[in-house]
Design a protein around this ligand. Structure first.
Ligand code: XBP
Ligand code: MG
Length: 260
């Protein structure tokens, strides 16, 4: 029997899934989030006003509600003197107002997807890759953004959508990526992740997924040393390049594995 030696390349896992972060990756949304937070503060009679520098620092905390709690604690605001139930109620009310303001901004202002994102989603889907979303943002925000950019049928493009409602442990915890892999029914080595922040990179890495970073003005300068690639955007990225990068990343990990 002809026993052709099987090289690692023959049995190397293929690229079968792409997992996308939302805010900052699919679209440059954080300025809209920042404005929505400030609109909610005014509507609730609060003097808080998060400028870009402040918001850039606060983005180190994933999750809008967690970010509000962090701000209340760090600014020693009077809200911090409330009992747990009253503080919960205040944070939830503020965040609901912010989410409504963000939805209005997105639906009226028409945020576009970042360069290359629509083409990559289409090419990957046509090539039979499974797509997933792994975000710490609120489901309503995803629907407002992707409904306005990919159309009302956007959900059918993604085999799995994991968000703040399904993955309460926020990035850099890997929970949202682990759940996205489970939703895809794929192993980490069969996927690539797309992120914009070091929190997101650490979350995807925690789930074992090689990650491509496209920073924004809010995240440039963060530590992306463990990323598979750092690109200004996805405008010139081709599916063939992705397949080649993935094959190299897998060979590298197989090589590492064989040397251990
Ligand atoms: C980024 C976040 C979110 C948004 C605000 O999400 O951390 O909290 O800043 O949205 P992603 P919410 O993982 O997509 O980068 O107020 O709904 O949390
Ligand atoms: Mg992000």
């Amino acid at each position: 029997m002809n026993r052709r030696s099987v090289s690692p390349r023959d049995t190397a896992p293929q690229l079968r899934g792409l997992v996308f972060d939302v805010d900052g990756t699919l679209a440059d949304t954080e300025e809209a989030h920042r404005q929505a937070f400030n609109t909610a503060f005014r509507a609730h009679g609060l003097s808080w006003d998060w400028d870009r520098d402040t918001y850039t620092r606060l983005l180190a905390v994933s999750g809008g509600k967690e970010r509000l709690r962090h701000h209340i604690a760090c600014s020693r605001d009077a809200l911090g003197d409330l009992d747990a139930a009253a503080l919960d109620a205040s944070v939830n009310a503020l965040h609901a107002a912010k989410t409504a303001a963000y939805e209005r901004l997105v639906r009226e202002g028409g945020l576009a997807l970042r360069p290359g994102v629509p083409d990559l989603i289409e090419a990957a889907g046509s090539a039979g890759l499974a797509l997933a979303i792994a975000t710490t943002t609120t489901p309503a925000n995803i629907d407002a953004l992707l409904g306005g950019t990919l159309g009302s049928g956007w959900r059918s493009l993604f085999a799995a959508v994991e968000d703040a409602s399904t993955a309460p442990l926020k990035k850099p915890h890997p929970q949202v990526y682990l759940q996205a892999l489970a939703g895809l029914g794929l192993d980490a080595i069969e996927c690539l992740a797309f992120e914009d922040s070091d929190n997101g990179l650490r979350a995807a890495q925690g789930a074992g997924i090689a990650t491509i970073i496209t920073p924004t003005a809010f995240t440039e300068g963060q530590d992306f040393s463990k990323a598979a690639r750092v690109l200004p955007d996805l405008a010139t990225l081709t599916l063939d390049e992705l397949l080649c990068w993935h094959a190299n990343a897998v060979r590298g990990s197989i090589g590492t594995h064989n040397n251990t």
